[in-house]
Design a binder for this molecule. Structure first.
Ligand SMILES: Cc1cc2nc3c(=O)[nH]c(=O)nc-3n(C[C@H](O)[C@H](O)[C@H](O)COP(=O)(O)O)c2cc1C
Length: 367
């Protein structure tokens, strides 16, 4: 489960009846309907260029917790049925685990009882529930003007130059790009790389950056539930995600303190920092600057190029060739998922922060 006050659990498998999410602890009165959740889900859906050709309508059904277009305060369940299911490839590879995928570890952990069709719970499809919960979390964040933007900054060898801004225009520049990269030149080069790689039957990795604007200072519960720690843990629920760095991240290791430290400055009566190498977090607590982090996605493991594996039934070496419907670059479809997971964690911490804030004047009086 993710979260302490805003709690999210996932269920479902890739080729079972469907996937979905249970959200507990969401306050009443937030404006939510199936259309709104469907819109968010459509950003994650396969079928676009450079994503898996699996066609899923992704019609969310809200089974509880929403009445007449508003959350009721009761647990919310959103269910998304699976329709376009073809398990033939997975029957073929049942005993020859794909290198890089979870076929082998799932078989070991679940003694072979796991639903292996379509990757079961290890399919990217499981992230539909996260996107649905993220849609609800975003409504909560809107109450404090917090906005979350995720976008691609790298695919394979192509790096983008992005200057994030808190504006609808910036949001549109992400959505306009078929690879969700707001730098149009890099976006074109990324498309080229993807076309070439797909022709070769291979796949590419990528980096998704996230910037959050208007996050109040004070979110995060150290020493254990630090804001960066909770974000990192939740982000690692996204399959294929392999690294997280906040602010200047790994670059900090080669900097001096005098370069890395973000000087405190006063701007319009607010205490801010001049630079943002910390990515908006000090000591596990938001500091009022934009929250900035990057996550790396590995290249999709299911590829058409032949790869070595073993046949677990015969104990003999084997070769596997990917078939079926797969994303050439997970990172592209993961963009709305990263945005959703960020929103879920921030909604949880906003609720925790707000519970203290409401008591502040009662405890301190009018000081
Ligand atoms: C949105 C999304 C779509 C994905 N699509 C595929 C895919 O088409 N083929 C594939 O092999 N892996 C895909 N993955 C990644 C696998 O689910 C993941 O690599 C696998 O569960 C093993 O987990 P790990 O890579 O974190 O170790 C996708 C992941 C996400 C988030």
């Amino acid at each position: 489960m993710m979260g302490k006050l805003f709690r999210v659990s996932l269920f479902g498998e890739s080729h079972g009846r469907g996937v979905g999410v249970l959200i507990e602890g969401c306050p009443p009165g937030l404006r939510i309907d199936e259309e709104y959740i469907a819109r968010e889900l459509s950003r994650r859906r396969p079928g676009a260029r450079y994503t898996s050709p699996r066609r899923e309508e992704d019609r969310p059904e809200i089974l509880s917790g929403v009445f007449r277009g508003h959350t009721t305060g009761a647990p919310i369940v959103v269910f998304v049925a699976n329709r376009d299911v073809d398990s033939s490839f997975y029957e073929e590879i049942r005993h020859t685990p794909r290198p890089g995928h979870a076929d082998y570890t799932a078989r070991v952990k679940y003694w072979g009882f796991n639903d292996y069709r379509g990757g079961g719970i290890f399919s990217g499809r499981i992230t539909a529930g996260l996107v649905a919960a993220g849609a609800v979390a975003k409504r909560l964040l809107e109450t404090h003007g917090v906005s979350v933007y995720s976008y691609i900054t790298r695919i394979g060898p192509v790096k983008a130059r992005v200057k994030p801004r808190d504006s609808e225009e910036f949001r549109r520049s992400i959505e306009r790009s078929p690879v969700r990269c707001p730098d149009p030149d890099a976006s074109r080069l990324m498309e080229e790389q993807l076309r070439k790689t797909m022709k070769e039957g291979d796949s590419l990795g990528g980096v998704v950056e996230t910037t959050v604007f208007n996050l109040p200072p004070g979110l995060g519960d150290p020493p254990i539930d630090t804001l960066d720690g909770d974000l990192a843990k939740a982000l690692f629920a996204i399959p294929g995600l392999k690294a997280v760095e906040f602010g200047a991240g790994f670059r900090l290791a080669s900097m001096r303190g005098s370069e890395a430290n973000d000087p405190w400055v006063l701007k319009d009566g607010r205490v801010l920092t001049e630079t943002n190498n910390a990515g908006g977090i000090n000591g596990g607590i938001s500091n009022g600057m934009p929250l900035v982090f990057r996550v790396a996605f590995k290249p999709t493991s299911t590829i058409r190029k032949p790869q070595r594996t073993v046949n677990l039934r015969t104990g003999q070496p084997a070769v596997i060739v990917g078939r079926g419907r797969h994303d050439p670059c997970i990172a592209i479809r993961a963009v709305p998922v990263v945005e959703a997971v960020t929103s879920i964690v921030l909604a949880d911490h906003l609720l925790r922060w707000a519970s203290w804030e409401t008591l502040r004047s009662k405890i301190l009086g009018d000081v």
